[in-house]
Write a protein that binds this ligand. Structure first.
Ligand SMILES: *[C@@H]1O[C@H](CO)[C@@H](O)[C@H](O)[C@H]1NC(C)=O
Ligand SMILES: *[C@@H]1O[C@H](CO)[C@@H](O)[C@H](O)[C@H]1NC(C)=O
Ligand SMILES: *[C@@H]1O[C@H](CO)[C@@H](O)[C@H](O)[C@H]1NC(C)=O
Length: 624
């Protein structure tokens, strides 16, 4: 055991050595919008825990607590709460660096209701990345539960913000992660630096949990060519002087060239570091072969299946078990074995050599020294290794408007809709809202519900449109059910809108009132009629043995046939009469012409003519 500990300290000094090589601090910008004299954009460093809002922004009011200013104790002990009241801006708690872990401060701030934590540096220096404390299982639990974003700010900005608050100024700040990741094009390249070791405690469990949770999304993104994913594995080499030692032999392959720490940190039991290196190599080779066959996403299946089927605990962390998983995925075992090569050979393995070279930072990317590490578009991801948070980061790596649908889905909600419905339109009764969570923040957009499209501005107004609109909340129109009958103001077909049904009056949206046809004298006004109002209609009964005809609002005899017969006779009678009069008029005219031309001439020989008078004898003669 003594020798084991010594060995570990050698490893640690190695790690620290490479840490000093190149370490990049990932930043987001912090824009002070008030007070006026502090208005500017400042830099802040994203913490390596909590959930930074990659691609988004957050507006809040800065509060520096009256007590517990380092945030090392629970704020409850000081009766302090930073929960924002409805309608007010969320609180960004400002605390001082020092005395305890950054994660402790963030955890206390979160529990006191803060929406984000700003840690002011306590000395003048360049910004650093706030990290999680080294493994101890009691702390791991709460660290995993930190969800608020965190940022380290420089000492002078911290001092200015405190002073402004002291003066009673309102201090408003925007945290902005939109430029934290480059987003140059329509494809995001990302790397995950991981390990096949499953016995390293909470960190390994958390890694595997992430891979399992993220697998589905990762595979969608990869299959649709939105992303290019590459898994990576860290190895170290054994110092020259120790190559022939028992330790190096148990931890390294290829003659001390590629090593990994012992899984249990105990050389005498269980699996050795070299078993881990070989499994790591198998996973890289699997990716290579899968990638060459055009299915790089099979890596996600292999890694999760291997963790489930071949755990160290059950002594199945072996080649035999791995081969079974590979075969079940339909990949060529021979090609993978060929890629792994001979671990005993005193020569380079080109695959692992490339991995070691990639560990060294290039361009905007720092060295990879910690496991797990996620790199998105060549920038180290900061924050919790959580499906939603990582997806947000990847999504923010796309050029705006080229994000795949998965980036705009519910998977990565910002939860801004929970607060006052994000200021968007909603119909609480119908459970329909225009607020849509996206990783860039909420948008107000009229929704499509059950295939029915809503249209409107999304803020104050959305209405269902198209066929089927009446099926959803009755198209926003009034409706009522009485005695099993539905009365609806929703108009089916064109034009769309609400109109009270017949027998009702009102706006059709909020109200439709029954019209009292009797009182308003709209129907059933005949003498001896009895009018009775009903819901949506009325009843009318006629006196005597007459029958009421609603269509014509009139009473008729109960013997409709005779009524019609008499009517016909009258029509004939009048018709004949009119025809007779007409014929008489024509005859009379013709008689006059005749008399003019001839008879009058003859008669003129016997009697003097009277132009105005008529001749009675001729008249009677010409009667029908
Ligand atoms: C962290 O969250 C888990 C799951 O939600 C819960 O079981 C656990 O108690 C939490 N830990 C702390 C310290 O709140
Ligand atoms: C995977 O395949 C693609 C295209 O075939 C290639 O561009 C990429 O470099 C490959 N990745 C690795 C790690 O071999
Ligand atoms: C409203 O709809 C959402 C999803 O459409 C559902 O999860 C929720 O339970 C619904 N709420 C009510 C009160 O019906």
């Amino acid at each position: 055991m003594m020798r084991g500990k010594l060995w570990i300290s050698i490893w640690i000094s190695f790690l620290l050595g490479s840490c000093m090589g190149k370490f990049m601090v990932e930043k987001n910008s912090l824009r002070v919008t008030s007070p006026k004299y502090l208005k500017d954009v400042y830099e802040s460093a994203i913490g390596n825990f909590g959930i930074p809002q990659y691609g988004g922004t957050m507006l809040g009011v800065v509060v520096y607590p009256k007590a517990n200013q380092k945030g090392c104790k629970s704020f409850e002990d000081f009766d302090l709460s930073f929960k924002s009241k409805p309608g007010s801006l969320p609180t960004f708690l400002l605390v001082d660096r020092g005395d305890c872990y950054f994660t402790t401060k963030a955890w206390n701030a979160q529990n006191a209701g803060a929406a984000a934590i700003l840690v002011a540096d306590d000395r003048v220096e360049p910004l650093i990345t706030m990290d999680t404390p080294e493994e101890d299982s009691t702390s791991a639990d709460y660290v995993q539960n930190i969800t608020i974003p965190s940022a380290l700010i420089k000492k002078d900005l911290g001092d200015s913000l405190k002073k402004a608050q002291e003066k009673g100024d309102m201090v408003n700040v925007y945290l902005d992660w939109r430029e934290s990741l480059p987003h140059p094009d329509e494809r995001v390249e990302y790397e995950f630096w991981t390990n096949s070791n499953d016995e390293c405690g909470p960190k390994c469990d958390m890694q595997m949990e992430f891979v399992k949770n993220f697998k589905g999304v990762a595979q969608i993104l990869e299959k649709k060519s939105y992303t290019q994913f590459t898994p990576h594995y860290i190895t170290w080499y054994c110092p020259e002087a120790f190559i022939l030692s028992k330790q190096c032999k148990s931890q390294c392959i290829n003659h001390g060239r590629y090593c990994a720490p012992d899984p249990e940190q105990d050389f005498s039991t269980g699996y050795d570091g070299r078993d881990v290196v070989i499994q790591n190599l198998r996973q890289i080779c699997l990716f290579k072969v899968a990638n060459e066959s055009g299915k790089p996403w099979l890596w996600w299946d292999y890694v999760t299946d291997f963790a489930i089927r071949c755990p160290m605990k059950e002594k199945k962390y072996t080649k035999e078990c791995a081969d079974k998983v590979i075969q079940s995925l339909g990949l060529d075992l021979k090609q993978i074995d060929k890629c792994i090569g001979d671990p005993e050979a005193d020569q380079e393995n080109p695959i692992l050599k490339a991995e070691q070279d990639a560990q060294v930072g290039q361009g905007s990317r720092g060295d990879v020294t910690i496991l797990p590490t996620l790199i998105v578009n060549d920038r180290q991801y900061r924050g919790k290794l959580d499906k939603t948070a990582v997806l947000k980061a990847i999504c923010s790596g796309f050029e705006e408007t080229t994000e795949p649908a998965v980036c705009l889905s519910e998977d990565i909600e910002t939860n801004e809709c929970l607060d006052n419905n994000g200021g968007c339109w909603q119909d609480k009764a119908a459970n329909v809202t225009a607020c849509k969570d996206t990783f860039r923040g909420r948008v107000c957009e009229c929704p499509i519900v059950d295939g029915v499209k809503f249209s409107g501005d999304g803020y104050t107004h959305c209405a269902a449109s198209g066929s089927g609109r009446c099926a959803i909340n009755n198209g926003g129109c009034w409706k009522s059910t009485r005695d099993g009958t539905l009365y609806s103001a929703c108009l089916i077909g064109e034009p769309e809108g609400c109109k009270c049904p017949e027998g009702f009056k009102g706006d059709g949206v909020n109200t439709c009132e029954d019209v009292d046809e009797c009182r308003e004298k709209l129907a059933c006004q005949c003498k001896d009629c009895k009018c009775k109002n009903t819901y949506g209609s009325y009843e009318c009964s006629c006196g005597g043995d007459l029958l009421y005809m609603k269509e014509h609002d009139t009473c008729i005899s109960k013997k409709p046939m005779s009524q019609v017969g008499w009517g016909f006779l009258w029509v004939i009678f009048f018709g004949l009469a009119i025809a007779g009069v007409g014929a008489y008029a024509v005859y009379k005219y013709r008689l006059r012409s005749y008399m003019d031309s001839e008879i009058r001439a003859i008669m003129a020989q016997y009697m003097p003519l009277d132009n105005q008078g008529e001749v009675p004898t001729h008249n009677s003669h010409l009667d029908i």
